[in-house]
Design a protein around this ligand. Structure first.
Ligand code: PEP
Length: 253
């Protein structure tokens, strides 16, 4: 598999951090540091930060993403945000099915699928998260778990729409814990996901799909993780909150 067939995407996930004021200041500081990046640079920010982030990123190579999207076009879903609203605000990417959404907000494979289709229908780039828990890894069902999550997330998604799909392999046990998957573990599971995509859409789509690793990626381990043939970028939590650390990861992308 040749990495040249697909984009490397380094995406930050700020989670519930940064006020709009802090977001604008962060992006102003980061922009010159990543201006010569060879990869796509994305910051997925809290919904309330989106206008400030989009304004601060204007004219730079930083793309703004959201951290979630609702599956309905509009309606009685208090507190939710639609794909149309994100697009209108200048958002290009959206994280879907992050393990924290699955764990704390009852996100299921079915709602991940519905949100993915809603995002793609409005031409948003969907960063779809999959990953096993520690128990599932210890039970030896990592491949089955991520394969099932990937297949259900992509139900009803066309081969044409796959150009706007990024899969983020995020082992739950490695998120925010400081425990990183080894580069071989990351490569192996990203390869399994690529095989699932090949089974669903064929080799050409599989070769062209960006598959990120996420889980305590940082300035120290990024080079090794990103050197792997099946790892096409990273979804980065903690280290995306520091301009210097995030820049090092981008430079390795
Ligand atoms: C994440 O939130 O997607 C993530 C990978 O977090 P961290 O990098 O902090 O483990």
């Amino acid at each position: 598999m040749d990495k040249n067939f697909r984009r490397t995407v380094i995406a930050g996930n700020w989670k519930m951090n940064m006020t709009p004021t802090a977001a604008a200041a962060f992006i102003k500081e980061l922009a010159p540091m990543v201006a010569d990046a060879d990869c796509d640079v994305v910051l997925c920010v809290p919904a309330i930060d989106i206008p400030a982030a989009v304004a601060a990123a204007e004219g730079t190579n930083i793309h703004i993403g959201a951290e979630n999207v609702h599956f309905a076009e509009s309606g009685a879903y208090t507190g939710e945000i639609s794909a149309d609203m994100l697009v209108d605000a200048g958002v290009e990417y959206v994280i879907i099915g992050h393990s924290e959404r699955r764990q704390y907000f009852a996100e299921t494979d079915e709602t991940v699928n519905a949100r993915t289709k809603a995002a793609l229908a409005k031409n948003l780039k969907a960063i779809v998260c999959v990953g096993e828990t520690l128990t599932q890894r210890e039970q030896g069902i990592t491949a089955e778990t991520v394969s099932l999550q990937t297949k259900i997330a992509l139900l009803g998604v066309s081969a044409e729409d796959m150009k706007n799909v990024i899969i983020a392999y995020e082992p739950v046990w490695a998120i925010g814990t400081g425990k990183t998957a080894t580069s071989d573990q990351a490569d192996e599971v990203c390869g399994i996901i690529r095989d699932v995509i090949a089974g669903l859409y064929g080799e050409c789509v599989a070769k062209a799909t960006t598959i990120q690793y996420g889980g305590s990626m940082n300035a120290k381990n990024a080079e090794e993780l990103l050197s792997k043939v099946n790892v096409d970028g990273g979804l980065i939590g903690g280290a995306s909150l520091k301009t210097a650390d995030f820049t090092v990861i981008v430079k390795n992308g």
